[in-house]
Structures are given as C-alpha cells and as structure tokens.
Design a protein around this ligand. Structure first.
Ligand SMILES: *[C@@H]1O[C@H](CO)[C@@H](O)[C@H](O)[C@H]1NC(C)=O
Ligand SMILES: *[C@@H]1O[C@H](CO)[C@@H](O)[C@H](O)[C@H]1NC(C)=O
Ligand SMILES: *[C@@H]1O[C@H](CO)[C@@H](O)[C@H](O)[C@H]1NC(C)=O
Length: 292
C-alpha cells in the first residue's frame, strides 16, 4: 500500500457520496456493512467531524511500525509532522494529545446514540492500526506474555482504545511468525486483519493458522476481516476468488481520488458502482477507501 497524504479538508463532498444507500445498507444476514477508510495522514491533522459524518464505520490508522526492540512507532507520513514513539518498555509514551485524538474518533457515537437528529453521525465503531511485518519474525521467536512487544501492544490498546491491528505485509510473508503474532494480539484483546493484494496461498495459511484455536476469545475468530486491495498490483483481483481461497468474506478496497485527478484512481461514483456490483455478485462484507 502506497503511503501518501490524506487531505480530508475539502474532500467532504466526495466523502458524502460514499454514504449512499448502497453502502449504508445492511448485508443479507443483517450484519453492518463495513465502510472503512485508511488514514494516511497524521491523525492529529485529521478532521474528526468530517470523518464521523461521512458514513465510515471503520478507521484504519496507517503508518505504525514495530522496532527491533519491540517498541512501537507512529510514522506521520505528513509534512510538518514528526514520527512519534508511542509505546516503549511496556508503557504508552505517545502523549495525551495523540491518545485523546484517536479516542475521539469513536466518542461521538456514545454522545449521539439514540438521538434521531444526529443518527447519521458518529458511526465509527472500530479503529485499527496498520503496520507491516518488519521485525516481527525476529521478535516472535522469543516473545512471551512478559515480553516488551506484548506489553507494548497491551499498553497501546488501552491508551488509544484500539479494536484491531491490520497487517499490510507486502514483503516478508513468513507464515509461522505472522500466525504467532496474530494469536498474541488476540490474547491482548485485539482483532487481527489483513490487507493483501497478492500471494493468496500465503494469506490462506495465515487465516487458517490464526483462526485454528480460540485465540480470539469469546468474541470469535481473531482474524475477522480481510481488506482486499483492488488497485495497483491488486487491480486484477476478484473478491469472489479470494473469498473462496480464504474461506471468509472480504472487504474490497479501492483507491479513490477526487474528480481533479481521475486518471489515478476511481471516482467516488465509480467506486460506489463497483462496491454495489461486488455486494450483489459476491456478497462481500463491505467496501473501503484508500484515499490519495
Ligand atoms: C483534488 O486534487 C487536486 C490535486 O491534488 C487538488 O489540487 C484539489 O484541490 C483537490 N480538490 C478537492 C476538492 O479536494
Ligand atoms: C471539519 O469538517 C466539518 C464537517 O464537515 C467542517 O464543517 C469543518 O469546517 C472542517 N474543519 C476544518 C478545520 O476543515
Ligand atoms: C522498563 O520498565 C521496567 C519495569 O517497569 C523498569 O524497571 C525499567 O527501569 C524500565 N527501563 C527503562 C529503560 O525505562
């Protein structure tokens, strides 16, 4: 997944198009249709109100990474912002401002719940962090519940009120350590998600391995979502084929641009049509945006 800048300011008219009846609809079994967006920009610069009123129910914070010693960084990917160490030596160290910002994404839901006038706002009920697999194989060879890596993820979950960790591995592809890491996160109370664009059989092994026992606890399987890339290297992917291979529903994600640069991606209208087609044809679990 290419990291770039997310400028929510000024994009609201486009974001509003996303909450069309199709995407607001419930899927057949009445589980909520997943409407996700990857946040590439420093979340401190994201417009919380715009995010909460645009129909998304899942936010995925891009740019988290694990260091060789098990500490966790947040790479801002934004001019004028700096990278921040967020968990170290088993403790949250990212600061109150950042924690308050991330927690605020879900907070409107609580304050507006039950109020018909604002029922369309504050739909966000899940916040994930997205990382690659750097250092995970090495760290998982020695990780226990006492390890810094485990304690750091426990502390970060608490500080940011996180729901899941997304694995956007596009280079390492080590099944054993990926499965062990997913189970470790399940024990820490997280759900685990993936964002593949290629290597179907690797990911099928991760899904079956991660979900082979009760690491997910009473709430179900630890690996509960697949955000499938349908752009760039994944443009030729077919959601139905992946669903068959992985044995679970996927959320197709598209690279959506504003109308000024249609050559670099789908317009919101085109994306909406494709999400509707996939829902009809494959019964996909949702639709997601990767914004430029
Ligand atoms: C669309 O993208 C172009 C190029 O990045 C930018 O100049 C323009 O302001 C954007 N328009 C809106 C409405 O965000
Ligand atoms: C944030 O989004 C809200 C809702 O769309 C808008 O009214 C407000 O102007 C935005 N704030 C900034 C700083 O862009
Ligand atoms: C790491 O945490 C332990 C236990 O809380 C503490 O004893 C130790 O001094 C800490 N080390 C550093 C480098 O902060």
């Amino acid at each position: 997944m290419i990291s770039s800048t997310l400028l929510l300011e000024g994009l609201l008219p486009f974001l509003l198009l996303f909450s069309t009846p199709i995407l607001a609809a419930r899927s057949d079994d009445d589980t909520p249709f997943i409407r996700s967006i990857f946040l590439f920009k420093d979340v401190l610069k994201s417009n919380t109100t715009a995010l909460q009123t645009s129909g998304f129910n899942t936010l995925i914070i891009f740019g988290v990474g694990v260091l060789a010693n098990g500490d966790i960084m947040y790479y801002s990917n934004t001019p004028g912002s700096s990278d921040t160490l967020i968990a170290s030596n088993g403790t949250y160290v990212g600061g109150d401002t950042l924690a308050a910002k991330v927690r605020s994404f879900k907070e409107a839901e609580e304050t507006t719940h039950g109020d018909d006038d604002v029922a369309a706002t504050g739909d966000v009920d899940r916040v994930e962090i997205s990382m690659n697999a750097q250092n995970i194989r090495e760290l998982m060879s020695t990780t226990t519940a006492e390890s810094i890596l485990y304690q750091n993820f426990v502390a970060l979950k608490e500080a940011w009120a996180l729901d899941a960790v997304n694995n956007d591995d596009e280079s390492i592809y080590d099944t054993a350590s990926t499965v062990a890491f997913a189970k470790m996160l399940g024990t820490a109370g997280y759900r685990y998600t993936i964002a593949p664009y290629t290597r179907t059989s690797f990911w099928a092994g991760v899904v079956s391995g991660a979900n082979s026992d009760d690491s997910g606890g009473e709430e179900g399987k630890v690996l509960d979502r697949v955000y499938l890339q349908l752009y760039d290297g994944g443009a030729g992917n077919r959601p139905g084929d992946w669903q068959t291979a992985l044995g679970m529903k996927v959320v197709p994600i598209l690279w959506v641009v504003n109308d000024s640069k249609p050559q670099f991606g789908q317009t919101p209208a085109q994306a909406g049509e494709r999400f509707a087609q996939w829902k009809e044809q494959d019964g996909v679990a949702g639709g997601g945006w990767v914004l430029e």
